[in-house]
Design a protein around this ligand. Structure first.
Ligand code: FMN
Ligand code: FE2
Ligand code: FE2
Length: 400
């Protein structure tokens, strides 16, 4: 693929990673991903970010098609994570930039990853700007979206926001713009990305949206996936972020379970019936057959979580422990919860699951349901009641 001119004298020079299937090793990326890097040609030629190390050659070739490498004057590192800075050492060696700009915190991550003592690095803060000829670059730190070093760059003359990891999606494609794919496909990719990467930083997202609200943005160019061009597309992603950050309860429940001999599984289906009776649709996910990142993506559409695990070695199943650990780290808010599970003799499992959900701040309208060995009529009835009670509590939460 050639470099792509996204605005006059502004070029996409990134790399498409069609084969990535597990983004950073924790979140499935069934559509691959893209590492975006951008070049502005002006009196000073400025490169924004780079790519993952294994795509260094691809990026340098693309960059060299737009101008010779040693003509890059400035490099702006909006974020030093290695999917955007993996190629940095090679890029610096080849381009020999006059200056490298990053946030104050960026200097720390840069020093942590690179032998950069001889690099011409300069820290920039929110509110500072840099003149590059006919354009200016304004810097906004976006700390903890999603690293301490994260910042975004705004170019008012082009109404362009280069937004680093914020507003990205894991999409690999020969098209570069979000309006070239279907809206539902895009929305799903945005939700998947937000719920697996950005969710814990939702309060920072709210603040960032406020800070950026004064900007006239005609094009929003993230460092992963497709670029938003035009007001409609930009509004789509800004509105999506406002909605995702708010975590307003929605009337749908997520049921996750693990099961060795199908007892806990049967309980999960009874829970779904109870939810149905309360008028709440649900999605049942076996965590053997669904990756923890798929569970989180589904959670973006659910206001309740019902989790079931059999008791295993006086604890819970390892896959359930993994999902709950992952979920808790992503700090979902405003959820209703419920726990259930089968056991043989000691029966600690459901209580442990209940405590996990409670520790995530979930409202737990019912005690956990546990059943010895295979669930009979009575315990399936309790599971039904659990689903119903969680469904009713969720409806109150949604309406309230
Ligand atoms: C390896 C293994 C370890 C187990 N450890 C416990 C235990 O510590 N305490 C307990 O109450 N039941 C224990 N059980 C019994 C299961 O919890 C019981 O068989 C339960 O009904 C399984 O539910 P499931 O059909 O959903 O897998 C264990 C079962 C297996 C296979
Ligand atoms: Fe990142
Ligand atoms: Fe990234």
């Amino acid at each position: 693929m050639q470099p792509v001119e996204i605005k006059k004298d502004i070029w996409w020079v990134g790399a498409v990673d069609y084969d990535n299937r597990n983004f950073h090793g924790y979140s499935l990326s069934p559509e691959g991903t893209t590492y975006n890097a951008y070049l502005i040609k002006d009196e000073k030629n400025v490169l924004f970010d780079s790519v993952s190390r294994s795509f260094t050659g691809t990026m340098l070739c693309r960059l060299a098609q737009t101008l010779s490498l040693e003509k890059v004057d400035y490099i702006i590192c909006n974020h030093l994570e290695l999917d955007h800075a993996g190629a940095l050492a090679e890029v610096v060696a080849r381009c020999k930039p006059e200056k490298i700009f990053c946030s104050q915190m960026g200097i720390k991550s840069m020093q942590g990853y690179f032998d950069c003592k001889d690099w011409p690095v300069q820290a920039v803060n929110t509110g500072e700007s840099l003149s590059i000829g006919s354009r200016t670059i304004q810097f906004f730190e976006t700390r903890m979206i999603h690293w301490p070093d994260s910042m975004v760059s705004y170019i008012p003359e082009d109404k362009l926001l280069i937004s680093s990891d914020a507003f990205g999606q894991n999409i690999s494609s020969t098209v570069r713009y979000a309006d070239e794919v279907g809206t539902e496909y895009l929305r799903n990719a945005v939700e998947e990305y937000y719920y697996n990467i950005v969710l814990p930083f939702s309060s920072q997202v709210v603040n960032a949206l406020k800070a950026l609200s004064g900007l006239d943005i005609e094009m929003l160019a993230p460092d992963h996936g497709l670029i938003y061009r035009g007001k409609q597309s930009v509004d789509f992603i800004l509105d999506a972020y406002a909605r995702l950050a708010e975590q307003k309860p929605c009337r749908r429940a997520l049921i996750i379970y693990d099961s060795m001999w199908h007892s806990t599984e049967k309980m999960a289906y009874a829970v779904a019936n109870g939810l149905e009776e309360a008028g709440v649709p649900s999605r049942i996910m076996s965590i053997q057959r669904n990756h923890h990142s798929q569970v989180m993506t589904e959670l973006s559409r659910c206001g309740a979580v019902l989790a079931g695990s059999p008791t295993h070695n006086n604890g819970i199943m390892p896959a359930m422990a993994a999902v709950l650990t992952y979920m808790k780290g992503l700090r979902p808010k405003n959820r209703v919860g419920g726990a259930f599970g089968s056991y043989g003799w000691s029966g600690e499992g459901p209580k442990i699951v209940h405590e996990w959900l409670e520790s995530m701040g979930m409202e737990m309208p019912m005690p956990f349901v546990k059943t010895q060995w295979s669930p009979g009529h009575e315990s399936l009835g309790q599971c039904h009641e659990l689903g119903k009670a969680v469904g009713q509590a969720l409806i109150i939460k949604c309406d309230g």
